[in-house]
Design a protein. Structure first.
Length: 190
């Protein structure tokens, strides 16, 4: 559902030029990320597919949301670029290393906290440029959540490096062991 709402966010922002509705939708999409994770864990509905789709949806939400807000000019350019660079670097590394055999990397608490803070920050920046009477307050909220969120997200990215290296080695070792076992089974049958 979150992925399907991204075009609606862009339509609200660029076609309707309704920053308030776009910010509220983006905020709701960010909130549902945490709600659906809680529900999945609470009701023991966690799945391998969900563990892959959820971070993918988060990355796309950031890339599309932050990219749209950056084009709109509501969020500071350098701040937005730093967020996008981190998301593209981590997402690209995950995809590339997974293709090379890496076992899945779980999102850390630092990554979740950074994501939450940034999911508050960007709708706030958008509201700070919406022409409403509380623009100054939303600018403060944007920076107040944005700076810690950015720092936490970069810290999490650096902590993922040794985990990705280890999981790549484990994944490759498992693949090699599976291939050797399959080869041995074929030899015993012939």
């Amino acid at each position: 559902m979150r992925l399907a709402c991204l075009p609606v966010f862009l339509w609200l922002l660029f076609v309707e030029e309704d920053r308030v509705a776009a910010a509220l939708l983006l905020g709701a999409l960010g909130a549902t990320d945490f709600v659906d994770g809680y529900i999945a864990r609470h009701f023991h509905q966690v799945s391998d597919l969900g563990k892959v789709l959820d971070p993918t949806a988060d990355r796309l939400l950031f890339i599309v949301g932050v990219g749209g807000i950056m084009i709109d000019g509501a969020a500071p350019l350098v701040f937005s670029l730093l967020v996008l660079v981190r998301e593209l670097a981590v997402g690209g590394a995950m995809v590339m290393l997974t293709a090379l055999g890496m076992k899945r990397v779980d999102v850390s608490w630092w990554g979740k906290a950074g994501t939450l803070a940034l999911m508050v920050s960007f709708p706030a920046f958008l509201l700070s440029e919406a022409g409403i009477s509380t623009e100054g307050l939303f600018r403060v909220v944007g920076w107040g959540f944005g700076i810690p969120g950015l720092l936490l997200s970069y810290y999490a990215a650096f902590t993922y490096i040794p985990v990705m290296r280890r999981n790549l080695a484990f994944g490759r070792a498992e693949r090699a062991a599976s291939a050797a076992a399959a080869s041995a089974e074929v030899e015993t049958r012939s």
